[in-house]
Design a protein around this ligand. Structure first.
Ligand code: ADP
Length: 153
């Protein structure tokens, strides 16, 4: 039977406990999950370095042979197709996420017809965690360790 591979794309700037939760729950549905860090290869707009983030996520999932970490700088649908991923995994926290995900999933399916987007509703205790809030706290010297599934170097 065909291996069920899901791509979990995001900026992951940084990867949080909310993201970790979606990946671990996604493992109940898929044989393999590819965590795909989207970044702009032309200019660096990130707060956390993309290579460092790959390392942190690898560390987080080192015991899981069926979780891969890749970076990409192209259309998500195209990257999924190239990697044999027919499913896109995304997390939904609130109606703002829903509005955005609704339109992006329509576009993705236009670009790659076999693609199905699969959404997991966030775990309530993790729903308020967002990468942007963590960046703000970190920028001003606050301790963000309890929101991350790894320790920052
Ligand atoms: P993007 O730049 O594509 O929005 P993010 O890195 O912010 O990427 O998020 C990637 C995915 O993880 C999105 O589907 C987002 O809704 C989901 N996500 C972000 N934070 C959480 C959280 N706390 N709980 C569950 N899902 C989340």
């Amino acid at each position: 039977m065909e291996k069920r591979i899901a791509l979990f794309p995001g900026s992951f700037d940084p990867f949080t406990k909310g993201h970790e939760d979606i990946v671990l729950r996604g493992l109940q549905l898929f044989d393999e999950i590819i965590i795909a860090i989207g970044y702009n290869s032309q200019k660096s707009e990130r707060y956390f370095d993309v290579e460092a983030m790959v390392g942190y996520i690898e560390r987080t999932f080192k015991e899981y042979p069926n979780i891969k970490i890749l970076k990409f700088s192209e259309l998500t649908a195209e990257f999924a197709r190239k990697n044999g991923a027919r499913f896109l995994l995304r997390g939904l926290r609130n109606t703002t996420d829903f509005e955005y995900e609704n339109s992006i999933s329509q576009v993705n399916r236009k670009l790659y017809q076999q693609m199905e987007s699969v959404f997991l509703i966030t775990t309530p205790q993790l729903a308020w965690i967002s990468s942007s809030i963590i960046r703000e706290v970190h920028r001003y010297g606050g301790d963000v360790s309890e929101f991350l599934p790894y320790t920052l170097d």
